[in-house]
Design a protein around this ligand. Structure first.
Ligand SMILES: CSCCC(=O)/C(O)=C/O
Ligand SMILES: [Fe+2]
Length: 178
């Protein structure tokens, strides 16, 4: 069952996969105000319909757990650290959970973290330019997700600590201020 709530901001390098639920819920309307859309999508046919309607042409499947890294803990931890680093992408992207679960954190207008706990059949649309991060949950420690892209996947994550504000980021900031 999907959950949206404010993050408690008590995360450290050692505990960021824990729930970090502040106890304050967030509504879908609040997410929509920052351009994030959620939908429960029961079948792949319905996912395909959404992809077609929104002009998504490409997708891939990402599987994240220790086994996916042949139990190489260093490689697994490196990927976990990469996904949890605050970043944005220059295109709108969809994430659809097939199996397992995970947390997407997105920044709201006040730069506060909102956490989305996603489980199978949950679909999240992340607008271009939004700062976000991802982690597995401590309970399951695995996810299989479909990532959908409108064009060729760029793979590029622009990390906040670089201070790089591309056009996509500037457009996004303008759009949510309106
Ligand atoms: C569960 S999808 C893998 C993580 C990802 O695609 C992303 O963009 C993290 O920020
Ligand atoms: Fe990302």
């Amino acid at each position: 069952m999907v959950e949206f709530y404010y993050h408690d901001n008590q995360d450290t390098q050692d505990n960021f996969t824990e729930a970090h639920n502040s106890g304050k819920e967030v509504s879908v309307e609040e997410l929509e105000a920052i351009g994030v859309f959620y939908k429960y999508v029961p079948t792949i046919d319905e996912l395909n319909e959404i992809a077609t309607k929104r002009n998504y042409k490409n997708r891939d499947v990402v599987k994240l757990n220790l086994a996916a890294f042949n139990h190489n803990l260093d490689a697994y931890n490196a990927k976990m650290t990469q996904f949890y680093k605050e970043h944005y992408h220059e295109d709108e992207e969809i994430r659809y959970i097939v199996d397992g679960e995970g947390y997407f954190d997105v920044r709201n207008k006040g730069d506060t973290w909102i956490r989305a706990k996603l489980s199978p059949h949950d679909l999240l649309i992340l607008p271009a330019g939004i700062y976000h991060r991802f982690t597995l949950s401590d309970e399951l420690k695995e996810v299989e997700a479909i990532r959908l892209f409108k064009d060729e996947p760029k793979w590029e994550a622009i990390n906040r600590d670089t201070g790089r504000n591309t056009e996509a980021r500037e457009e996004y900031v303008k759009a949510i201020a309106a």
